[in-house]
Design a protein around this ligand. Structure first.
Ligand SMILES: [Zn+2]
Length: 310
């Protein structure tokens, strides 16, 4: 059965009135989970420890987030991430929820999992919050898999409409972590050119597919079929993490892609097929972007329904 991390506490990170990454996104995601109409098992949230955050983030940055949030200045001093007095705690709960989901899949309590967590994570680097992200939920999970669960080779699939610059940076020199991203180009954050393929021994393990605004099924699902599937036949991941952003859906106010709910079903199927072929079906998917509330709900419904059919 599919596990789901959902907790109303994830509403409590509030970047302020009118912000697209709003608490009401969580309500839309809940609507989507209900719309999916499938049975699932709840996976609880928990705060990640500072030691766990330090798998990816510097002690200075973690201290800085705590300080910025406590001082209630409304924004991280590292840049474009708005926050409120609850943000440090909620961001730790987002990471910890994903860690619990990873553990539940490893233990076989659930066959795969979707983590409906906020704030998102894929733009956060070792020492900088960026683009609505505080801690890198997916990258910390990848490190936890390697450190505590005996999993070495991990695939991170990032289908958010934006490039997961933080994730890529955090795993760029690790040959055991493949990173595959489809994203709008040019767009925020400006990284993710096709020639970014990893550093040193990791060269050839990062796969970037920059695509023009207006791209949809042909380009995005096509990239999965033409680039991801053959690459993974060589890489053979033991576990798959997904940065599941839904801002590539048609109608999103920030993203410029034209993906439909059916396309999210098919992207999810591609990931599940890869995981079945190489990774014992083990997939943990983590919410990133998605700012059109009705579109977010229906895309999440498609995603969760497909995960539950695995
Ligand atoms: Zn995004």
């Amino acid at each position: 059965m599919t596990g789901i991390v959902f907790d109303p506490v994830y509403r409590e990170h509030d970047p302020g009135p009118g912000h697209p990454e709003s608490p009401s996104r969580l309500d839309a995601v809940w609507k989507g989970i209900e719309q999916a109409g499938v049975k699932w098992l709840p996976v609880p949230a928990r705060p990640a420890s500072e030691a766990e955050l330090a798998y990816c983030h510097t002690a200075d940055y973690i201290r800085g987030v705590r300080r910025d949030v406590a001082s209630d200045v409304g924004c991280l001093s590292t840049g474009d991430t708005d926050c409120c007095p609850r943000s440090f705690e909620v961001a730790r709960l987002a990471v910890g929820g994903v860690l619990n989901a990873v553990e539940a899949v490893i233990n076989g309590r659930v066959s795969n999992a979707f983590c409906a967590v906020r704030p998102p994570g894929h733009h956060a680097t070792a020492d900088r919050g960026m683009g609505f992200c505080i801690f890198n939920n997916v990258a910390v999970a990848a490190r936890a898999l390697q450190r505590h669960h005996g999993v070495r080779r991990i695939l991170i699939v990032d289908w958010d409409v934006h490039h997961g610059n933080g994730t890529q940076e955090l795993v760029n020199d690790d040959p055991d972590i493949a990173f595959f991203s489809t994203h709008q180009w040019p767009a925020y954050p400006g990284t993710g050119r096709a020639l970014e393929t990893g550093a040193g021994a990791a060269r050839g393990t990062k796969f970037n597919c920059p695509l023009p605004a207006g791209s949809g099924r042909h380009e995005v699902v096509g990239s999965f079929d033409e680039k991801l599937v053959p690459a993974m036949q060589r890489f053979k991941p033991e576990f798959v993490l997904v940065s599941a952003g839904f801002d590539g859906r048609r109608g999103d106010p920030i993203g410029g892609f034209e993906l439909t709910d059916q396309d999210f079903t098919d992207l999810t199927r591609r990931v599940l097929d890869l995981a079945r072929a190489h990774a014992g079906g083990r997939v943990v998917s983590v919410l990133e972007g998605g700012y059109h509330l009705e579109g977010l709900a229906s895309a999440v419904a498609a995603h969760v329904r497909t995960l539950s059919e695995a």
